[in-house]
Design a protein around this ligand. Structure first.
Ligand code: MF3
Ligand code: CO
Length: 291
């Protein structure tokens, strides 16, 4: 997996230091986990300090765009208007909305209401109604670096049941986040997310998950929330990925709209919530890059 670098060659992280004085021990440590049978990250998904700085700047725009949506979102507004807010603010800050034309996605943001699980397409005739819960999923490209995070918004007077779903889902991502640390495992985060959701009587969507992100919109690894502590990919400093579970009030079964080929809905029509954090694994824990 790792191409052989000589001890005295320049380190792959572009620090300018010799490999033996930089990432050689780090690579050997990863390799020892691999020998024990663990899944380990390839060097391509471990970001250099320069790349991290770029992703951090992109994340700042993503946060600012979501803050802007938070200020303006209200009952009676169309999801197309949310799309315009996202497009305009992203451009004003020097970014590009990553969803626009991504694999044919026609808009700048995903807006998913109530029983919509994810990937809802903004439209003029989708109007925010009193009692709706909506996920606004924003992703930005800035200087070639990608960021991705999403939040839920409550429109008007939301039922206690739906409010609880939104709140518990937020707690899920935050409990998952607390598990992110170097030389831990992706499954540590996953289990924390899953346990909290199921303890509250909810289900977590299995086949749509999070992802590595930074140099591309979607990178390795696939981030599941149904795996166990101590399993899945080893976490090492410099990895960047999303924690974005879709938590359902009823069944975890879902289907994709045959008309637009994007919008995902719960099979039973019960609501689904999602929050998304973009996180960096650091030397001593984590740093939130977008939320
Ligand atoms: N922001 C979504 C994610 O979290 C991206 C969906 S792809 C799109 O991965 F084309 F629908 F934007
Ligand atoms: Co994402």
């Amino acid at each position: 997996m790792f191409s052989k670098i000589g001890r005295n060659d320049p380190c792959w992280c572009k620090s300018g230091k010799k490999y033996k004085n930089c990432h050689m021990a780090f690579d050997e440590k990863i390799h020892s986990y691999e020998r024990e049978g663990h899944i380990v990250p390839s060097r391509e998904i471990i970001k250099t300090p320069e790349q991290i700085e770029g992703i951090r700047e992109s994340g700042k725009i993503n946060i600012a765009v979501l803050d802007y949506v938070a200020e303006h979102i209200k009952e009676g507004m169309s999801t197309e208007e949310i799309n315009t807010l996202v497009y305009d603010k992203t451009k004003e800050l020097g970014g590009i909305p990553a969803p626009l034309n991504y694999e044919g996605f026609p808009k700048s943001v995903c807006t998913s209401i109530n029983e919509q699980v994810c990937h809802g397409i903004p439209a003029d005739d989708i109007i925010l109604q009193d009692g709706d819960i909506i996920n606004v999923d924003v992703s930005t490209i800035y200087n070639g670096y990608f960021s991705d995070s999403s939040r839920m918004f409550l429109i008007g007077d939301v039922s206690e049941e739906a409010k609880k779903l939104v709140q518990v889902t937020k707690e899920c991502v935050e409990l998952g986040l607390e598990q992110v640390k170097p030389w831990g495992f992706m499954g540590d985060m996953a289990q924390a997310v899953h346990d909290h959701a199921t303890e509250n009587g909810y289900t977590v969507v299995r086949d749509i998950g999070g992802h590595g992100v930074g140099l591309e919109f979607h990178e390795e690894p696939f981030v599941s929330y149904v795996t166990k502590k101590g399993t899945e990919m080893l976490l090492v400093p410099g990895m960047v990925f999303t924690i974005e579970p879709m938590v359902n009030m009823g069944t975890d079964e879902f289907y994709t709209d045959g008309g637009d080929n994007w919008s995902v809905y719960t099979e039973d029509g019960l609501p689904s919530a999602q929050w998304e954090i973009q996180v960096l694994v650091t030397e001593d824990g984590y740093e939130v890059l977008a939320y």
